[in-house]
Design a protein around this ligand. Structure first.
Ligand SMILES: C[S@@+](CC[C@H](N)C(=O)[O-])C[C@H]1O[C@@H](n2cnc3c(N)ncnc32)[C@H](O)[C@@H]1O
Length: 249
């Protein structure tokens, strides 16, 4: 099942026709959400960068749509768009969502009818009906055991939207995101069912060489995508690997 039509708790998410708005190609194409521009002035005590952030939030149609549909993050639309393209989520699946806070991707997986959704983050996540929440770092020693117990069987899809706190020093940020991706893949390899899918956030330029070679060994198909909801100025993109081939003993 392709998701996007059933948001968490606020009726059917079908958009209306856009009335003269900017043409969009992503989950908001034709949603008709308002795009009036809001200007934020730098008030006393507010830095230029926080004013810029606030202005971007106020003018971001994905932020408005997430609020309207009850999603906890605009990131939810990235998974909706990836799912529309790659058909990742289906009713009855077991899904592991890594780096899940505040919970947008988890909400999308639950809304898609996944039977089991395990959401892990080192930050706390408010409860989400239909999901098991684990407050753990991916690299904690008990994470694999807790995830395996919570899933209750092999996972059909492992999602990772994990991102390190940006340092602003791009080589450092790059190394950190590669390390998170490696941790996500190592965990995925212990919990994925044969034929399962793995999605992880990487940086522009694609997956780092060694990691990509490993993915190609373990998955029948490895592709990269930048969903329309991912901001164009952001270096993030996603690697989507399908058809998991577990190692033969
Ligand atoms: C972009 S946010 C995820 C947004 C989420 N997909 C959503 O839709 O709401 C990235 C998350 O990765 C988490 N993260 C970063 N490093 C982590 C780690 N080592 N272990 C677990 N979570 C981590 C952060 O705490 C943060 O919540």
């Amino acid at each position: 099942m392709t998701v996007g039509g059933r948001p968490p708790g606020k009726g059917p998410g079908k958009g209306k026709d856009s009335k003269g708005g900017r043409k969009r190609t992503g989950a908001l194409a034709g949603s008709g959400s308002r795009e009036a521009s809001v200007r934020v002035h730098t008030a006393r005590g507010r830095s230029t960068s926080s004013a810029r952030w606030l202005q971007r939030q106020l003018n971001d149609p994905y932020v408005a749509e997430a609020r309207r549909l009850g999603y906890r993050s605009r990131s939810a639309f990235k998974l909706i768009e990836l799912d529309r393209r790659f058909h990742l989520l289906q009713r009855g699946m077991r899904v592991l969502d890594l780096g899940a806070a505040p919970g947008g991707w988890t909400q999308v997986a639950v809304a898609a009818g996944a039977a089991t959704v395990v959401a892990l983050d080192r930050s706390e996540i408010e409860p989400i009906g239909g999901a098991v929440i684990l407050t753990r770092d991916i690299d904690d020693s008990d994470t694999p055991r807790l995830v395996t117990e919570a899933l209750g069987g092999l996972a059909d899809v492992v999602l990772s939207d994990m991102a390190p706190a940006a340092t602003g020093h791009s080589p450092t940020d790059h190394l950190r995101i590669v390390a998170l991706c490696e941790s996500a893949l190592a965990l995925a390899e212990t919990v994925l069912a044969p034929g399962g899918a793995f999605v992880a956030k990487v940086l522009q330029g694609g997956t780092e060489g060694q990691l990509l070679a490993h993915l190609k060994l373990r998955f029948a198909s490895v592709r990269h995508a930048k969903p329309p909801a991912s901001r164009s100025e952001s270096a993030e993109m996603y690697v989507v690997a399908t058809g998991f081939r577990p190692p033969v003993d």
